[in-house]
Design a protein around this ligand. Structure first.
Ligand code: ARG
Length: 460
């Protein structure tokens, strides 16, 4: 069955049907299509196109199809052009000629926009739930080692000592923004396109606000041509997905490094690692590598749709059918990665002693010393030079910060009074960073508490 044909003398070629058909992927929108069509049947009744009995018949048929579409059998042997065509064919099988009325004043162009919006709305909710789940696990992991000190890096060189929870809460903040981004994507998708017709606005007096209320949309779109041409809401979703994947990819990269023999201050659980077919000793971080790898695929999906839309003349063009596979692909890879990242986080065992050793062996306290000098009146540039020279001297002599005595420090520079010895302990300098957003222990404890409260609000 076709939703068109009158103007043609012969049907489409087999190659064109095969090339243009989208049922094998857009069938995923079936429930959205059926729910949208039920609401449209009610709108047709309000507009005087369907009688109450006809509307009842159609809505019931769609309801039965929603149930049946859960099983593979429903799609068996279907060769319809797309999911919308399949739905109408099945409706015809159930209600006969009456099915011909369901497309009164409705175009597939607005229908596909509606379906994708309905699908995206739910997908945003699902993904927000998964993001919150991962955030919960990070907070839990932070709480398991509240006092652990690790080196913070810049340029992958040990930079300054930070608290383990402070490090994890950095990812908490990224994910909190991702969670918001999906909220914004949802908000922008949550506008009703029906009533736009093919591009010029429907020729029937639909009460668009009533349809919006029926389908739980926040409002109605303002321009019918915009509706037919617009896939911004899909791009918003893909952008949010890409940024979230980039965050997961960076977390994955960190943990691949930290759990390596070279770092050795984190262990990943057996359940999220795999062995080598050849090398018996291996325990590889494949789960994290796959997250990192999939982040490229999701970014690719985002780019794919941007490239598809670039330069399309207004309004609808069949190119736009290519929006769905990147969307589905991104949603699936992202959801899977979020679940995987959570399982990895739950499996992590920190080796606080090893992490602290990495801190102690390095000169992460150098900034603490320079800042202490500056606090007692030395211009910071001079302080920087003095401590730099101290580090150089230590490197030459193979000395760690803890190898210095108060007397040696004083001999090195008279500016190093006795109390500077204390600052050679990495935990000490952190206490001077009790500033909002800093790694001061009191601030971090407060941030961790607030993170738990924020999660509760997100869940409510
Ligand atoms: N399957 C199409 C899509 O996903 C919707 C159908 C509109 N087709 C058309 N030739 N106007 O975009």
């Amino acid at each position: 069955m076709k939703l068109w044909g009158g103007r043609f003398e012969s049907g489409p070629s087999e190659i064109f049907e095969r090339f243009s058909g989208s049922l094998h992927f857009d069938r995923r929108l079936i429930d959205a299509d059926l729910r949208g069509s039920q609401a449209f049947a009610r709108a047709l009744e309000r507009a005087g196109i369907l009688t109450a009995t006809e509307r009842e018949q159609i809505v019931a048929a769609f309801e039965a199809m929603r149930e049946e579409a859960r099983s593979e059998e429903f799609f068996a042997g279907a060769s319809d052009e797309d999911v919308h065509t399949l739905v109408i064919r099945k409706l015809k099988e159930r209600v006969g000629g009456l099915a011909g009325k369901i497309h009164t004043g409705r175009s597939r162009n607005e229908q596909v926009s509606l379906d994708v919006r309905l699908w995206l709305r739910e997908e945003c909710d699902r993904i927000r739930g998964l993001i919150a789940g991962l955030m919960e696990s990070l907070v839990e992991l932070a709480g398991r080692y509240p006092d652990a000190v690790i080196p913070g890096f810049t340029h992958l060189r040990r930079a300054q000592a930070v608290l383990w929870p402070h490090y994890l809460l950095a990812y908490f903040e990224m994910l909190a923004r991702d969670w918001e981004r999906f909220g914004e994507a949802r908000r922008r998708a949550n506008v009703l396109p029906l009533g736009s017709g093919a591009l010029a606005g429907s020729g029937f007096p639909f009460d668009r606000e009533a349809i919006a209320a029926d389908l739980d949309f926040d409002g109605v779109t303002a321009n019918s041509m915009d509706v037919s041409a617009d896939r911004d809401f899909a791009l918003d979703f893909l952008y949010a997905s890409t940024v979230t994947m980039l965050h997961l990819s960076r977390l994955a990269e960190d943990w691949i490094l930290y759990s390596s023999e070279e770092f050795g201050w984190m262990a990943l659980g057996d359940g999220v690692t795999s062995g080598s077919s050849l090398m018996p000793q291996k325990k590889n971080p494949d789960s994290l590598e796959l997250i990192r790898g999939k982040s490229g695929r999701v970014a690719g999906s985002f780019h794919s749709l941007m490239m598809t839309l670039k330069g399309l003349p207004l309004t609808y063009n069949r190119d736009m059918q290519e929006d769905k596979e990147p969307l589905f692909e991104a949603a699936d890879q992202l959801a899977g990665s979020l679940e995987m990242a959570r399982a990895v986080a739950d499996s992590v065992a920190l080796v606080p002693g090893k992490a602290f050793q990495a801190v102690e062996e390095s000169w992460v306290v150098a900034t603490d010393l320079a800042e202490a000098l500056a606090r007692s009146g030395t211009p910071f540039h001079d302080a920087h030079q003095i401590v730099g020279a101290l580090v150089l001297e230590s490197v030459r002599e193979g000395k760690k910060p803890a190898d210095w005595t108060a007397a040696e420090l004083a001999a090195f520079s008279p500016k190093f009074t006795a109390d500077f010895l204390l600052l050679l302990a990495p935990g000490e300098g952190m206490k001077s960073r009790e500033i909002t957003g800093g790694t001061g222990p009191k601030v971090v404890a407060g941030s961790l508490r607030r993170a738990r409260e924020r999660l509760e609000l997100m869940r409510s």
